[in-house]
Design a protein around this ligand. Structure first.
Ligand SMILES: [Zn+2]
Ligand SMILES: [Zn+2]
Length: 395
């Protein structure tokens, strides 16, 4: 992952090393004055569930955006799904929903030196995409392309991990003739292809930055990579999208070990859940999934489970009974790709996790009282995630 860095990038890394030498980076990243999560905690009655957050851990979960789905609700300004896992003096980004770069700024993720002329990406260590639905990746370009002016030029080349090519179009839902697919030459690109296409899409801008501003090229800054799901589990995207499997580890550095498993977000495939193990503890991100044994296996005994959830009563109100056959199909389609609020507590209990954090709320506009149901069947601590919450992990 090493690259030959231009001088301006060397100076950024030199400053960070100096800070570490002075002990400025040793306690981990600055998370801003007043820690937004603490302010939120006072307003969030569900903090009463379970023990209070531990203090002093070098591993922290920061919820950057907690809204699920591509719909923006009038009067609600929640950011799209994205989380940062801070481990010491670096952090990892999990998904990149709308507003992610702004949220990284608001979370004050970055070096503790306030005079540093750097951005929140100065200490980004890697990106992990759970799947390629737009609500999870729509602002990836803001992180990568605009990132050149927000600190990305100061880091070593970062990996952008995510699912590979689906390999086949999804089955046609409902009846009638099949529509013409978008991009018929390659209708289901994976993460590596998507990041390459993003570079093509922004080539005019990137070449201007490279030639006129002498900025580094994308090949020096990031690399799209497909998570290497074992081939035997990729054979039946339209029939068995999440075959029973053991989690597999695919990434490791001095701070984290990252494992993955396939989850059931049909017809999206591959859809991944990730587990990060650090010296402090473990955090699992469900991605989007219906109730799925693979996820329980991945999350076994984790300190924190960040899980998606849908309010099935709200979905029912969208399609009130009596439903026509087509409406019933659409309703089932919606609730069968996600985890219901009546299910998520028992999933956390079965996996024996310490803290359940609800994020990717569908719909995000529901009040805390609606999500209180999620605690049913779970004795641990539950947090209804809101943007910029900060949760300590482990010790
Ligand atoms: Zn989603
Ligand atoms: Zn999705």
């Amino acid at each position: 992952m090493c690259v030959d860095l231009p001088n301006e990038m060397r100076s950024g890394i030199g400053r960070r090393r100096l800070m570490a030498g002075l002990g400025l980076g040793a306690a981990g990243l600055a998370l801003g004055a007043g820690v937004p999560g603490e302010a939120n905690a006072a307003k969030n009655p569900l903090r009463k569930f379970g023990p209070p957050s531990s203090r002093g851990s070098k591993t922290k979960l920061v919820l950057l955006g907690t809204a699920g789905g591509p719909t923006h609700f009038p009067g609600n300004d929640s950011a799209g799904i994205a989380s940062a896992l801070v481990v010491g003096d670096r952090y990892y980004l999990i998904d990149a929903g709308h507003g992610v770069l702004t949220q990284l700024r608001k979370a004050n993720l970055g070096p503790e030196n306030p005079a540093a002329q750097v951005g929140p990406l100065d200490v980004l260590a890697g990106i992990f995409l759970t799947h390629l639905h737009s609500d999870h990746v729509v602002d990836l370009n803001n992180v990568l392309v605009n990132g050149i002016y927000n600190g990305l030029q100061s880091v070593n080349k970062i990996p952008v991990w995510g699912p590979g090519n689906r390999g086949a179009l999804p089955p046609l839902f409902g009846t009638g003739p099949a529509p013409a697919p978008v991009s018929p030459g390659n209708p289901t690109p994976g993460t590596r292809e998507m990041t390459d296409l993003m570079v093509q899409m922004f080539a005019t801008d990137l070449n201007d930055r490279i030639f006129d501003n002498r900025k580094p090229a994308p090949t020096q800054l990031w690399e799209g990579k497909d998570v290497p799901v074992p081939e035997r589990y990729l054979k039946d995207p339209n029939g068995t999208p999440a075959p029973d499997m053991k989690p597999f580890t695919f990434y490791e550095d001095e701070r984290v070990k990252v494992s993955a498993t396939l989850v059931n977000h049909a017809p999206v495939f591959p859809a991944l859940a990730y587990r990060f193990d650090t010296d402090d503890g473990s955090v699992v991100f469900s991605g989007d999934t219906a109730k799925c044994p693979n996820l329980v296996r991945l999350a076994r005994n984790a300190d924190v489970l960040v899980h998606e959830v849908i309010d099935e009563d709200w979905a029912g109100q969208l399609f009130p009974v009596p439903r026509s056959e087509a409406e019933e199909g659409l309703y089932q389609h919606l609730i069968q790709a996600h985890t219901l609020k009546s299910e998520v507590g028992s999933i956390a209990a079965e996996a024996n996790v310490g803290t359940l954090v609800l994020s990717h709320l569908v719909p995000v506009i529901q009040p805390e009282s609606v999500w209180a149901e999620c605690a049913k069947g779970f004795d641990g601590r539950m947090v209804v995630g809101r943007d910029l919450d900060v949760i300590d992990v482990g010790k």
